[in-house]
Design a protein around this ligand. Structure first.
Ligand SMILES: Nc1ncnc2c1ncn2[C@@H]1O[C@H](COP(=O)(O)OP(=O)(O)O)[C@@H](O)[C@H]1O
Ligand SMILES: [Mg+2]
Length: 255
């Protein structure tokens, strides 16, 4: 599943890590593919970007079936969660449009490699450029992450249009998994209005339930590079939300 939005800061990486945390604790074999040059997911999973390791950028450069097999690494979150690391070199891959198979290289690199995992979570960069396109071509599902704000909602149609275009032109296996709301404040009439508006825009069933609340523990877990499920009762609300979202994803993935 590709996790995307052209905006930064909405919570793509948070959703990737939250699902990976839930998967780690449930023992669901999961591969995180970090195709953001900022490599936040990589860092949070305990792997230092730019430390001489292979990256998703190398996998794209290889243009070889199964190339990612030698490049994935066990992160720091236990044996269930593996990683194809991100890195700054992905910036160069954004402008490879003229190269052969430019948007199909991630799919090619992951061929066979994904057989060892139940879930593959692709954390996209905040753009709809070539790296995100590679994510959508490699994926069977696309999940759009939004915040309950007017600015965030205004961007949703360009993301869903991109998903539609990839489905028609490049990847007939691609389905929209849904739209998930992140950073939902405990009480806000404005947020409530935006949540209703999103339901009208994309259809209520497309909006994943539950939404992800805005909580300090999420930010803290990122900073300490630990799964949110490590924090026990302090994170139980957020952990349970990700458990439920993981259950929904596993149902979608089997469907
Ligand atoms: N639900 C949340 N509660 C609190 N902080 C959050 C939440 N979601 C995201 N953040 C914080 O917001 C920032 C941006 O989130 P991030 O997942 O990196 O966004 P993106 O990957 O879309 O750029 C990070 O500092 C993250 O810790
Ligand atoms: Mg991110």
């Amino acid at each position: 599943m590709a996790i995307l939005n052209q905006k930064g800061g909405v919570g793509k990486t948070t959703v990737t890590l939250g699902l990976a945390s839930a998967a780690a604790f449930a023992g669901v074999p999961t591969l995180v593919v970090d195709i953001d040059p900022q490599a936040s997911a990589t860092w949070a999973l305990g792997v230092d970007p730019g430390s001489g390791i292979y990256t998703a950028g190398d996998a794209l450069t290889a243009n070889r079936s199964g190339a990612a097999g030698d490049m994935i690494t066990e992160g720091g979150w236990g044996p269930s969660v593996w990683l194809l690391p991100g890195g700054g070199d992905l910036t160069e891959r954004e402008t490879d449009g003229g190269r052969a198979n430019a948007s199909g290289r991630l799919k090619k690199a992951l061929e066979g490699v994904t057989d060892d995992f139940e879930l593959v979570l692709i954390d996209c960069a905040p753009s709809l450029g070539l790296n995100t396109l590679n994510g959508l071509v490699a994926a069977d599902l696309a999940l759009v992450v939004v915040e309950p704000s007017a600015f965030s909602l205004r961007g949703v149609t360009s993301v869903t249009d991109t998903i539609d275009n990839v489905f028609h032109d490049l990847n007939p296996d691609l389905d929209i998994a849904g739209v998930v709301l992140n950073k939902v404040p405990a009480v806000s009439a404005e947020a409530d209005r935006r949540i209703d508006e999103l339901g009208r825009m994309v259809g209520r069933k497309t909006v994943w339930k539950p939404s992800i609340p805005q909580r300090v523990i999420v930010n803290q877990a990122h900073g300490e590079r630990r799964p949110v499920h490590d924090y026990g009762w302090r994170a139980s609300e957020v952990s349970q939300v990700f458990d439920q979202l993981l259950a929904r994803l596993r149902r979608s993935a089997r469907a």
